[in-house]
Design a protein around this ligand. Structure first.
Ligand code: ABU
Length: 371
């Protein structure tokens, strides 16, 4: 038993796969607006996702776990909470939690450190508890594991821009993207906030997206916390930045899959170019629409799990994405996963790599601009 992973591609030996049980369309809160009248959840309403959807998602998650185990990868599962119950801190009350499917959002392993993210939704403040039984087991079993939790956020009204959603929603897309580039979104800079899924790990370099869940103070906290790394704050040209793993997906040393609909900053592209990295635009998704009851986009097509530098798991209906990866020299493992998407994401979102073989390496020896 060992906790250790430096990047997104070294050979995977041990992974956590989430569970769909009890996932909620969460109760209203300042960080996020849910408005899905066509699926029975108009703005202001909340409640559990339908039982038949939950059963279908769990079937795909269980089957994915079996695919990984058949390849000799150890798979652990979280222990879902009663996410329908209200939660509170001394400063606020939230009428429901969310779920325990997207493990990637909450936890990240960097070297021998397992780090619990702050999160920025009140409905997700306590989500780490679904993973604590596993984390405690790892801590007992691995004498070298570092167990860290980022500062628990207060998430008072001071952490959110009042009236953000109404104001932002009324802007044309170009102005919304300008706000994304400027980091002028729902989160203020009152305290460090980040979701772990905004981090893409490339050895010494960590690319962290400033998003609807991650603010500049969160990126600064990560930079101070990980002094042996280069922690780069990055933005992409999208109106709804939330987690980097359907936008900027490192596949192996020298190769990143990039969502071309969400352009990277020129300076970031130059940094990759001077270090001889190739940035490949991902194939267009097969799906025409985003998943129902979900903040995710149809670009979950590129939310994949790399098993080693030659093998990658991809959602089974995304044939164009699979063919592209095949052309790039990967063995592609198709995994049916679309029924999981409403529960918080794709194959990368659903997992946490606890152990990948490998050591810390510097894949970007040359500096460029602010990088
Ligand atoms: N949370 C995973 C990616 C979200 C998206 O861009 O579709």
């Amino acid at each position: 038993m060992k906790v250790g992973s430096w990047n997104e591609w070294d050979p995977l030996r041990h992974v956590v796969v989430g569970r769909a049980d009890g996932t909620m369309v969460q109760a209203p809160e300042p960080a996020v607006v849910r408005d899905w009248p066509e699926h029975g959840f108009p703005r202001g309403t909340y409640g559990p996702l339908p039982e038949e959807m939950t059963a279908a998602a769990n079937e795909q998650l269980d089957s994915f776990a079996r695919v990984l185990e058949a390849r000799g990868i150890r798979v652990d599962r979280p222990r879902p909470l009663d996410f329908g119950r209200p939660v509170a801190t001394p400063e606020w009350t939230q009428r429901s939690m969310f779920g325990a499917m997207p493990v990637r959002d909450v936890l990240v392993v960097i070297g021998n450190e397992l780090l619990e993210a702050t999160m920025s939704f009140r409905s997700r403040w306590f989500e780490y508890l679904a993973h604590r039984p596993l984390i405690e087991d790892y801590f007992r079993a691995d004498p070298d594991m570092r167990w860290e939790a980022a500062p628990k956020p207060r998430l008072t009204g001071a952490s959110y821009r009042p009236g953000f959603w109404e104001e932002f929603g009324a802007l044309p897309a170009g102005e919304q993207i300008a706000r994304v580039r400027a980091g002028d979104l729902v989160l203020t800079e009152a305290e460090p906030l980040f979701d772990a899924a905004d981090i893409a790990r490339c050895g010494k370099d960590l690319f962290v997206q400033r998003s609807l869940a991650t603010n500049a103070a969160g990126i600064r906290w990560l930079r101070h916390h990980l002094p042996e790394h280069r922690v780069h704050g990055v933005t992409f040209g999208t109106t709804h930045p939330l987690h980097i793993d359907a936008t900027w997906v490192p596949l192996r040393p020298g190769l990143v899959l990039h969502c071309a609909e969400r352009p990277a900053e020129e300076e970031l592209l130059r940094y990759l170019a001077v270090n001889d990295w190739q940035v490949v635009p991902a194939a267009a998704p097969g799906r025409r629409e985003p998943p129902p009851l979900s903040a995710c986009s149809r670009w979950l097509s590129m939310n994949l799990l790399v098993l080693d530098p030659r093998t990658v798991c991809v959602e089974a209906s995304e044939t164009a994405q699979m063919e592209q990866l095949d052309r790039l020299g990967f063995e592609v493992v198709p995994v049916p996963f679309w029924d999981v998407a409403p529960f918080g994401g794709g194959l990368h979102c659903a997992t946490l790599d606890v152990h990948r073989e490998g050591v810390l390496e510097d894949y970007f020896p040359r500096r460029s601009g602010r990088f």
